[in-house]
Write a protein that binds this ligand. Structure first.
Ligand code: FES
Ligand code: FES
Length: 899
């Protein structure tokens, strides 16, 4: 068949049944992305004869005789389409995986369509931005600051922006690899079963199938998919391929073939004989004596209590809660529930493995933790650590979901056995049934206060469903039990927490790391106490929240490494109070209006040490080469690191050339999680840059014959009085030896604060919630890039709003995920997310680089509770479970009316 792509003639036959998306990618048009392959996300949008289509839904043969335009053909180089320029000016992206499709759709809109963007963009999902910067792009707003002023404190644009808007940025699978084999995974249909036998003969007979791997081929070294610097945090309860399956969707076998279709066919041909075991789906049931035991290993796997299915537990407190409740004039007690939600990063888990000429196993992966993955692969496969390289080029979103090793291990197995390049890419359905999720939590909370609002006691029991494997189970539980009540200066606290195995899809790390769940419970309970006392929601929090210097206690264990690097919670309260002192918004006719608030405290770095190395060197052209280990996945670290280094070296961010996230570059980085990209890795970059600056000044002093203290570093030279030596000359004279390293260990840690306020209108007939005003005040220290930091807050709020309003994975009676598609899961689209006003407290942290604090995860934390509190204020009904779908609000209204 003949057709044109971006003006070029092609004559090629698609495979039977092939969609246009995969056909175009096979021709090398990598700007065409896959987010769902079901018509739900728009990442694959191209034009067919000028009309936008979702190419994943379009049979490739329909392109016959027609003209296809991809993002690469929309505009390039100096000839960008105005919409590409608009996205650059407004920085309408974070990870950028949705960007090509978003621009293609946006560029096709006429004036009438642009007047209703909610409708016009309903087919394009962005999981990162919260849509404000996309809205700004369409409105033609210019947010970037490309002047040459001080590098820090400015809206410096992302270095990858130009490539992203042209479809040239290379994500994990955007490469041609010669001789690439494709892997597909056969998955368990049973929630709990022992594999008696796998007959692979029919699968191996499928034309194109190269190999089938089962538990018999798997290393017997157990590990956890969750990656932490200290690997003992997570239990060793997982094998690459196991002979026991513990949830529906667990991998049973890997089929490798010369095409995806053959690998899929091979999976279908496997004959697997299972012994089905009784399963348990609810954590409270799983803890009961006599419940099915999901893991029979104990201390050697670091599982707390296998007989009760408890992966980890926490018990502690301060003071005497019974005495505290006895002193209280008002007590609220309730059990709150937050469901299982999915990260839904648009780029699914994926990796390509190969062995190079030096015998090194290479993995090009979509990961937030290349170094920890490389280390664990070496352990599991018994390899020399120097012979395993893991790297990523650009990652299409993560949100904690890629702090897991979910594909790299099985790709490594096949690559090592076959000595050929192998690729594995999760489908969107696999993301839902086999990748990790947020931990569903049931949180019983009891709060007591005196008549004046002073808290007397807080008690909390947390039951967290870690699913079939314990990755992140204990660490998430610890976080959940900590800051949610440590933020209150209450003398009596008690906490009991359990992370419990069930035969459901495993949970893992997800933005907020347990705090959104407990925050919903605690902040709802505080609000109920305020209502009972007739107090304002901000007033009760201001009265009881910790003040600078207070001990931050929950379980009684003081974290000696957490300090007040700065304190801006008081400012956050003031900013929110001012924002809501506006006389209110007009309510739609008959709707009821209310407002609600919630706060959150987050320790800025994970406990136990978080390590980063940076190396910076002067290049022959007088610019700099900066090498960092942390990964960019939309969190903006590639921009911020260049700003930090440029500030120290008195140059422009454009003169800092960055290489990142590659174990082959040497050094170490714990990973891009826990909001550490700026505060930990950024500090390493700052230290490296300062060391290099001193070296350059020393070399210049020698060359100019003056003391180093008389020398001034400038963008291209060092000057002293009337003397000058160029950086290029210094590089040459030093023999190319001007390079320095910087390291950090993430100790001590600081604290960041967020306060969120909503004003909502609720339709008392339909239960619909409309957000009239959304404001978040954040204490992010001194903000290095206001545009990016604001966007992190907006993105976090948008994700949290999705979880508060719609998102919920449904597990059926057999343990299956019943809504494993975007369309049934309801990922928020443009029309679903209101603008959030983001206000920053002005503080300067003593720990972070240039006074900065982390601000990536914590904006998520207070949102669910603030929304529920606003709804409570509007209609007088307390909701104990998220999400607040209209049918639930309607049912709640009905119950309230009957009272
Ligand atoms: S990949 Fe085509 S719409 Fe999602
Ligand atoms: S920038 Fe839109 S999905 Fe990441």
């Amino acid at each position: 068949m003949s057709f044109k792509v971006n003006g070029q003639d092609f004559t090629q036959e698609p495979k039977p049944g092939q969609c246009l998306r995969t056909f175009l990618r096979e021709l090398g048009w990598f700007g065409v992305k896959k987010g769902c392959d079901a018509g739900d996300c728009g990442a694959c949008t191209v034009y067919l004869d000028g009309e936008p289509v979702h190419s994943c839904l379009m049979p490739a043969f329909r392109a016959e005789g027609r003209e296809v335009t991809t993002i690469e053909g929309l505009g390039a180089g100096n000839d960008l389409h105005p919409m590409q320029r608009a996205f650059l000016d407004a920085q309408g992206f974070q990870c950028g995986f949705c960007t090509a499709g978003m621009i293609m759709t946006a560029a096709s809109l006429n004036q009438a369509q642009r007047a209703d963007l909610g409708r016009a963009l309903k087919g394009n999902i962005c999981r990162c931005t919260g849509y404000r910067s996309i809205d700004d792009a369409l409105a033609g707003l210019r947010e970037i600051d490309d002047t040459n002023d001080d590098a820090c404190g400015r809206n410096v644009p992302a270095p990858a922006g130009s490539d992203l808007v042209q479809g040239r940025a290379r994500f994990t699978l955007d490469v041609d690899v010669e001789g690439l084999l494709h892997m597909k995974l056969a998955r368990s249909p049973h929630a709990y079963a022992r594999i008696r036998k796998i007959d692979t003969s029919a699968a191996l007979a499928v034309p194109g199938v190269v190999a089938v791997f089962t538990h018999e081929d798997s290393p017997k070294t157990a590990f956890s998919t969750g990656r932490h610097e200290d690997r003992s945090i997570d239990p060793d309860d997982t094998l690459v391929l196991d002979d026991v399956v513990r949830f529906v969707g667990q991998r049973v076998a890997a089929v490798v073939a010369d095409s995806e279709a053959a690998a899929e066919q091979g999976c279908r041909k496997l004959k697997i004989d299972y012994e089905i075991l009784p399963a348990v789906f609810e954590p409270e049931d799983a803890m009961v004596e006599g419940a099915p035991v999901i893991h029979d290993k104990g201390s050697e796997a670091r599982i707390q209590d296998p007989q009760r299915n408890i992966a980890g537990e926490i018990h502690g407190g301060i003071g005497d809660v019974d005495a505290g409740f006895a002193e209280a004039d008002v007590i609220h007690e309730g059990t709150y529930f937050t469901p299982r939600t999915q990260h839904s990063h648009l780029e699914t888990h994926a990796a390509i493995g190969w062995i190079d000429d030096h015998g090194t196993l290479n993995l090009r992966a979509s990961t937030q933790v290349p170094f920890l993955t490389s280390k664990e692969l070496a352990r599991v496969f018994g390899l020399d650590g120097r012979k395993v390289r893991v790297f990523c080029e650009r990652v299409g979103g993560g949100f904690g979901g890629k702090q897991e090793m979910l594909v790299e291990d099985v790709v490594a197995l096949a690559t090592l056995k076959l000595k050929r390049p192998v690729k594995l890419e999760f489908t969107r359905q696999e993301q839902f049934i086999a990748a990790t999720t947020r931990h569903p939590m049931r949180v019983s909370v009891k709060v007591g206060a005196r008549r004046d609002g002073t808290l007397t006691a807080i008690q909390m029991r947390v039951v967290s469903n870690t699913g079939a494997y314990g990755n992140h189970g204990s660490a998430v539980l610890e976080h959940a039990c900590s800051e949610s009540i440590a933020v209150y200066r209450c003398p009596n606290k008690k906490v009991d927490g359990f992370a419990v195995y069930t035969n459901t899809v495993p949970a893992g790390g997800f933005r907020g790391y347990g705090l959104p769940q407990t925050n919903f419970a605690v902040e709802s309970a505080i609000d109920e106490v305020a209502h009972a006392l007739g107090m304002d929601g901000l007033e009760i929090r201001r009265l009881n929240a910790i003040r600078e210097g207070d001990a931050m206690l929950s379980t009684g264990e003081a974290h000696d490494d957490v300090i007040y690097g700065s304190y801006g919670l008081d400012q956050c309260f003031d900013l929110i109070a001012q924002a809501f002192d506006d006389g209110g918004d007009p309510a739609p006719d008959g709707w009821r209006v209310g407002q609600g608030f919630a706060l959150s405290l987050a320790n800025t770095i994970p406990p136990g040490g978080h390590f980063s190395d940076s190396v910076i060197e002067l290049r022959p052209d007088g610019a700099y080469e900066l090498t960092v280990g942390t990964a960019e996945f939309g969190n903006g670290t590639t921009t911020v690191h260049r700003q930090i280094a440029a500030s120290v070296l008195s140059t422009a961010p454009g003169d800092i050339h960055l290489r990142s996230s590659d174990t082959g570059h040497g050094g170490h980085d714990t990973g891009a999680f826990g909001s550490t990209g700026t505060v930990v890795a950024g500090r390493a970059t700052e230290r490296a840059a300062r060391a290099l600056r001193d070296m350059i000044l020393g070399a210049a002093a020698k060359a100019l014959g003056v003391p180093a203290t008389d020398c001034t570093l400038q963008a291209d030279a060092v000057t002293a009085g009337g003397k000058r030596v160029s950086l290029s000359d210094l590089h040459r004279e030093s023999g190319g030896d001007l390079a320095a390293t910087g390291s950090t260990n993430g100790i001590p840690r600081s604290v960041a604060f967020n306060v969120h306020g909503f004003r909502v209108a609720v339709n008392p007939v339909s239960g619909e919630i409309r957000i009239l005003k959304s404001v978040q005040a954040a204490d992010a220290g001194t903000v290095i890039n206001p545009m990016q930091c604001r966007a992190q807050v907006e993105g976090g709020v948008a994700q949290a709003l999705g979880a508060a309003l719609f998102e919920e994975m449904i597990i059926d009676g057999e343990g299956r995920v019943a809504n494993a598609q975007f369309r049934n899961y309801h990922l928020p689209a443009f029309a679903d997310i209101p603008r959030t006003e983001v206000l920053f407290a002005e503080t300067h942290d003593t720990l972070g680089p240039f006074g900065a604090k982390s601000m990536s995860e914590s904006p998520y934390n207070p949102v669910g509770a603030a929304l529920a509190n606003a709804v409570r204020d509007a209609i007088g009904v307390r909701f104990y479970a998220l999400p607040l779908k209209p049918d639930r609000v309607f049912a709640g209204l009905g119950k309230a009316n009957k009272r």
